[in-house]
Design a protein around this ligand. Structure first.
Ligand code: UDP
Ligand code: MG
Length: 162
């Protein structure tokens, strides 16, 4: 039974989620964390950091040709960011669903951006967009010893594995 549980746990993926400076300043940390937590995902790393502009540019390197790149990096480095890693089945893709579309005007009600943000430049949260970016972003923001592996009592109720 233990083996079965371990095999199941090994399938879990991890994603990088960050509450941007607007979400932190607006007092939305608990609201946002609770949505991931209540869903059944597991928090495995968390820290509050003010990234340097250089670090923000690394994080958003894929977007460096876009006209909003420099403003975006200035903004991300303008104040505290709550960096997190969440773990669970399908968390990369479903985390993006919880977050909603990039432009809050197009995010569905019920999503984080749909419920809590209005404009694209202040959309309060970041989430990795795929397995490669998740891995890349987790290793950019966290060192391996900051990622906490543990089993939670809720898992057997969330996944139905005994
Ligand atoms: N962004 C912006 N203007 C745009 C598109 C994006 O300011 O026209 C910002 C926005 O904050 C977004 C971030 O750039 O969250 C990264 O863009 P991406 O396309 O990766 O969106 P996300 O993955 O955050 O939904
Ligand atoms: Mg993105």
């Amino acid at each position: 039974m233990l083996q079965e549980k371990e095999a199941h746990a090994a399938e879990f993926e991890r994603t990088f989620i960050a509450i941007k400076p607007d979400g932190v300043q607006r007092g939305l940390i608990a609201e946002i964390i609770s949505r991931f937590e209540r869903k059944g995902y597991k928090l495995v790393a968390i820290k509050l950091v003010i990234p340097t502009n250089d670090f923000a540019q690394k994080h958003y390197h894929d977007l460096k040709e876009r006209p909003f790149f420099s403003g975006l990096c200035d903004f991300l480095s303008s104040g505290p960011v709550l960096a997190m890693v969440w773990e669970g089945e399908g968390v990369i893709k479903y985390g993006r669903k919880l977050i909603g579309a990039t432009d809050p005007q197009k995010s569905e009600p019920g999503t984080i951006r749909g419920d809590l943000a209005v404009v694209v430049g202040r959309n309060i949260i970041h989430g990795s967009d795929g397995p490669e970016t998740a891995e890349e972003e987790i290793s950019l923001w966290f060192s391996p010893n900051e990622l906490i592996s543990y089993s939670s009592n809720a898992e057997k109720w969330i996944y139905g594995v005994n």
